[in-house]
Design a protein around this ligand. Sequence first.
Ligand SMILES: N[C@@H](CCC[C@H](N)C(=O)O)C(=O)O
Length: 301
Amino acid sequence: MAIDVQFAKMNGLGNQIIVADMRGRADAFTPHAAVAINHDPATAFDQIMAIHDPATDGTDAFLRIYNNDGSEAGACGNGTRCVVQALAAETGKTAFTFQTIAGLLDAAEQEGGMVSVDMGRPRFRWDQIPLEEEFADTTGIELQIGPIDAPVLHTPSVASMGNPHAVFWVDRDVWSYDLERFGPLLENHPIFPDRANITIARVVDPEHIVIRTWERGAGLTKACGSGACAALVCAARKGLTGRTATVTVPGGDLLIEWRDDDHVIMTGPAEYEFAGLLDPATGQWQRQVEGANDNAGAGAG
Ligand SMILES: N[C@@H](CCC[C@H](N)C(=O)O)C(=O)O
């Protein structure tokens, strides 16, 4: 055990991301380390993006994605943009192919610094999301919260973007809903055997959706890229929007395009904050002083 993994604290529209360089190593983050790193306000995060050596020819890296409760996820749009920005700065390359536990994804840094990620094809079949029981129509499933005769949220659309999403459509301001209270109840509802990311969405017009997301394994976030993709594809399926829209998350805007070849492309920014070294077994870390050869500052242990 040693504090020897280089990391960058970054964010994608306020989605708090740790990009950790696990290349050349056989070990992996422990759930204990993820929880400990999140416990320190300086390194509190929504996801860790662990860059491992590629496992398949033709890919640049294998990405393992950890939520702040230590669980693993198949997709993280904002985190993938952060990884692209970090690797582009390191290598000078602008286009990458990554493998995750959910499949392959291509991503590229655009001129001007925005990053586009091909989030793959959405899946809508009940057993692909997955749901505990069969629903023929996943544009709106039977699920509600609040009084039985006056539900606060009901009939979500569901989709997998490599991870499970439920999108509840609302007419009022998305901030007028107590997502902190309803989020955990819905995330852990028995209809979702793998839990789910919970989004409330208001369609402003056919080219604009406003969302807030309670993330599975991470809680309230300022941005959820895969949630923005899920909102757009579910809205388009219901005829509420076209196949391209700006999705406004609390941290800013993402451009989401559901191409004719069925792939969903997400474009948005990524931002570097600071660098350090960490131990993926314990979560102990040290801040790296820019321009200095040594490290200073102590972190969580
Ligand atoms: N922040 C993410 C999604 C992260 C994964 C999620 N919490 C899960 O467990 O599925 C994004 O930007 O897509």
